[in-house]
Design a protein around this ligand. Structure first.
Ligand code: IMP
Length: 186
């Protein structure tokens, strides 16, 4: 059945089925990378929660989960200033930590986060991101596991928002210019 398009979406960049299929592949990659280990998945709020839920259900290995809240975006622009909004509940000392991100854009959020987490002495620290926009980097950042490389376009859906809307769309899409101009709100 064709995907029903939200009226503010101009086009779908990645549809639900390819996302699901790629997450299965990522889960197999992670199982190979963490044999006999129970990594701690650290999901970055709020954009990565849907990815985290789908990835965790695919993973056939023991794992723990914790959350961090970071913010660097205002509307559809990166401010370049990363703020820590919510910290971890558990210590990550000597743990195998896997940061779960929705998208890597400038790389500033992740590089701030990696520096912050390394001071807590994890045994290992890696990144899995659903989307990667490599053309937008302002700092060097190579996520070890990445779902899809996408061009330099602002996307919403599958957890990603524009002014807090569209996170619940089951696909990754590009907004119509008029929806962007309205600020995403009706
Ligand atoms: P970075 O610090 O520029 O790499 O941005 C990372 C964060 O910016 C992501 O975790 C998202 O929350 C947000 N972001 C970057 N690009 C997009 C996009 O295309 N759509 C929605 N949010 C985005």
């Amino acid at each position: 059945m064709p995907t029903e398009l939200h009226p503010d979406i101009e086009r779908i960049l990645i549809d639900t089925d390819p996302i699901r299929a790629r997450i299965k592949e990522l889960a197999r990659e992670l199982e190979k990378a963490y044999p006999h280990r129970a990594p701690t998945l650290i999901a970055i709020l709020k954009g990565s929660v849907i990815f985290l839920g789908d990835l965790m259900r695919e993973l056939k290995l023991e794992c723990e989960v914790d959350f961090m809240g970071l913010s660097s975006y205002s509307g559809n622009k990166s401010t370049g200033v990363v703020r820590l909004l919510l910290d971890l509940r558990e210590s990550i000392q000597d743990k195998d930590v896997l940061i779960v991100e929705d998208i890597v854009d400038t790389g500033l959020t992740l590089s701030y986060l990696q520096q912050n987490l390394l001071t807590r002495k994890p045994r290992s620290l890696e990144v899995v991101t659903l989307l990667d926009k490599p053309d937008c980097r302002k700092v060097r950042m190579e996520p070890r596991f990445a779902g899809f490389r996408i061009p330099n376009e602002f996307v919403v859906g599958y957890g990603l928002d524009y002014n807090e809307r569209y996170r619940n769309l089951p696909y990754i899409g590009v907004l119509k210019p008029e929806a962007v101009a309205r600020g995403g709100k009706a």
